[in-house]
Design a binder for this molecule. Structure first.
Ligand code: NDP
Length: 467
């Protein structure tokens, strides 16, 4: 018995040393990419538990291979603005892992985009796509081009130039991009149009397409709806529902809008929304009519969230303060939080404020919105914490459903797609919960998601040999 415990301890110590060494190597090989380091760190900490039980993954160096993208594309994107001036941006596509299906993942157009951010997103995407139960590998791409303040014609010229390089690397059985921050229906339309023109073929090479040209019902809603379904599943484990719960939501784009819509359908009270200029606090609650205003404001007029406070009584707008050490949006009394804007938007102080104010459900719509210290606080407090790669997987899952409909050349009804989305979110929740239990950390959805996503990809890599 004592010998067995000693062996177990020895293995744990060696494995932790392995994680330490791996992280040192990742940092040395990928300098100045803190978001990528952060994403890998969180995952390898969970995988410590797996590597103890499955040493064959270590000898096949599965993790070392997974942190190295299969392919990185970087290219020049020249275009002309409305004044006829030449503009030059940089385009990227990170094809991270194709062991369980064609590469799949969004394109992000935002001034903050760089190689490290896209590598973190692509790495997360591999495990997330594996969790969806659908056959999709992982990728991510984009540009530091910022569509904010650009005319439709400028956005079109940029998208056409971007696709003029990207088209040769993607295809319905190779790599199928989608939207992300700054890439919505308008951008997907321009990208698809140029791909079709260059290839002379009409195929499902992008998801998030318009309904009349290959898109799927519920795709725009899917990420937000999915994050709310995931929260409902977590609450059900404690015999509770979202009915009457006060909810903090950040962002006011695609994910935030449909998170609010589903929360309203389930009887919750969402009270905040934000953009990079600040946030609104509507204590009385956002209603369907107010949400319709936000959708027109953001998707048609492309305005700023502060206009919500000008339009509706009793609403407070707080401007963003770049010098502040925390975000006051996360310092309001509530039971649930849905970070739906961007990475690292919940820092350690924000996490502490959320817990102090009574939040016991966090379901992440954005990718990696919580810093590592914040994640540890949520886990220590044993709240219902749904990490992004599980909670926001509904978007890519529905992209997978769009790909299936394109291949079969048919269209499912709204109810059918929503029902499939709901079932997938239930399956992801069950997988995370059961995996966490199997590996001795019940209730820890971080371990559940990381290990659950990893196992399928790792086994496929083992089966396919050294490629
Ligand atoms: P949108 O571009 O539609 O909206 C993004 C929102 O977040 C905007 O309100 C934007 O404000 C705000 N935001 C973005 N960057 C920052 C920043 N640095 N600081 C403050 N606010 C910021 O994007 P989505 O809603 O599609 O994406 C939101 C998050 O969800 C991202 O993390 C994305 O990766 C993730 N996600 C999206 C999926 C999808 O299907 N769309 C799928 C899975 C995850 P502003 O307009 O001022 O920039």
């Amino acid at each position: 018995m004592a010998r067995a415990i000693a062996n177990e301890l020895e293995r744990a110590v060696t494995t932790s040393a392995f994680v330490r060494d791996l992280m040192a190597e990742v940092k040395a090989k990928n300098p100045a990419e803190p978001e990528f380091h952060q994403a890998v760190q969180e995952v390898v900490e969970s995988l410590d538990l797996v590597l103890e039980r499955r040493p064959e993954y270590r000898s096949a160096r599965i993790l070392e291979r997974m942190v190295e993208p299969e392919r990185v594309l970087m290219f020049r994107v020249p275009w002309q603005d409305d004044q006829g001036r030449v503009q030059i941006n940089r385009g990227f596509r990170i094809e991270m892992n194709s062991s369980i299906g064609p590469y799949k993942g969004g394109l992000r157009f935002h001034a903050s985009v760089n190689l490290g951010i896209l590598k973190f997103l692509a790495f997360e995407q591999v495990l997330k796509n594996s969790l969806t139960t659908l056959p999709m590998g992982g990728a991510k791409g984009g540009s530091e081009f910022d569509p904010k303040g650009k005319s439709d014609n400028e956005v079109m010229r940029f998208c056409q130039s971007f696709m003029t390089e990207l088209y040769r690397h993607i295809g319905p059985n190779t790599d199928v991009p989608a939207g992300d921050i700054g890439v919505g229906g308008r951008e997907i339309g321009f990208l698809f149009g140029q791909y079709k023109r260059l290839r002379n073929e009409f195929t499902g090479v992008l998801t998030g397409k318009g309904l009349h040209w290959g898109g799927s019902l519920i795709r725009p809603e899917a990420t937000g709806y999915g994050a709310v379904y995931f929260a409902s599943e977590m609450l059900a484990t404690r015999g509770q529902t979202l009915e009457g719960k006060v909810c903090l939501v950040s962002g006011s784009g695609n994910v935030a809008q449909y998170t609010v819509e589903k929360l309203l359908q389930l009887g919750a009270r969402p009270v905040t929304l934000s953009d990079s200029d600040g946030f609104i606090y509507d204590e009385a609650g956002i209603t369907p009519e107010k949400l319709a205003f936000v959708m027109t404001l953001k998707n048609v007029r492309r305005g700023r969230i502060r206009e919500y406070a000008d339009r509706f009584k009793g609403v407070v707008f707080t401007p963003a303060d770049p010098r502040a050490d925390h975000n006051p949006l996360w310092d309001r009394p509530a039971q649930c939080a849905f970070p739906s804007a961007t990475q690292n938007e919940v820092n350690a102080t924000d996490a502490a404020n959320l817990l102090r104010n009574g939040v016991f459900v966090v379901s992440e719509g954005a990718n990696m919105p919580t810093v590592l210290d914040g994640v540890r606080q949520f886990l220590d407090a044993k709240i219902l914490y749904g990490p992004a790669k599980a909670a926001n997987a509904g978007g890519v899952a529905t992209s997978g459903l769009e790909m299936s409909q394109n291949s079969m050349r048919l269209t499912w009804t709204r109810e059918e797609v929503d029902d499939r989305l709901h079932k997938i979110m239930r399956a992801i929740h069950a997988n995370c919960r059961e995996t966490a239990e199997t590996f001795g950390t019940p209730g820890n959805y971080v371990h559940g998601a990381n290990i659950g996503g990893f196992l399928k990809v790792a086994d496929a890599m083992m089966d396919q040999g050294l490629v």
